[in-house]
Write a new protein. Structure first.
Length: 174
């Protein structure tokens, strides 16, 4: 489920979908209210500070990702070729509280990883949010807060090979 060693505030990172395993079902049911509140808060936030639709070629630095393409609406589609696909996103954020909306189509049940690094260091487990996703469409919200400015973001869309589509990845100031 959620990384027990997570040192950042993470209130809204619970499963939104109802198509999860029995193992995840109680968390999904218990999180429905939290996710509904997160969605409402996200929609009220009017300042989008980063969106994948803002990315232009050349695409971000990637690992174990091939065939990266962007649709007219900004969605990124790609083929993962291994167990550690990831991409670095060109987002630099100041000191603030952020809500992140992620909509991803996954080829199988796996784990989505959201890393960030602040001005004090590199990517590490203290700045990592793990999120279980199911095969198919997944939409969820994360709340990210750090006392330092966020200098970079890395996402690992899953731990399996296959076709992924990142339909939305938007960060708004809360």
């Amino acid at each position: 489920m959620i990384n027990k060693y997570l040192s950042i505030t993470l209130l809204f990172s619970l499963m939104l979908s109802t198509g999860c395993d029995n193992e995840d079902r109680s968390a999904a049911i218990n999180s429905r209210t939290v996710q509904t509140q997160a969605k409402a808060a996200f929609e009220k936030c009017t300042q989008t500070v980063f969106s994948i639709s803002d990315i232009s070629k050349p695409f971000p630095s990637v690992n174990q990702i091939e065939g990266l393409s962007q649709s007219v609406d900004g969605a990124l589609s790609f083929q993962s070729t291994g167990k550690d696909p990831h991409m670095h996103l060109p987002a630099t954020l100041g000191k603030s509280l952020y809500l992140v909306k992620i909509a991803v189509m996954a080829p199988t049940k796996t784990t989505f990883e959201f890393f960030y690094k602040n001005e004090k260091g590199n990517y590490n487990g203290d700045q990592l949010i793990l999120y279980p996703i199911k095969k198919g469409e997944n939409t969820f919200f994360l709340k990210v807060e750090d006392e330092n400015a966020i200098s970079a973001i890395r996402i690992d869309p899953g731990k399996t090979s296959g076709q992924y589509t990142l339909n939305e990845f938007s960060i708004r100031t809360l």
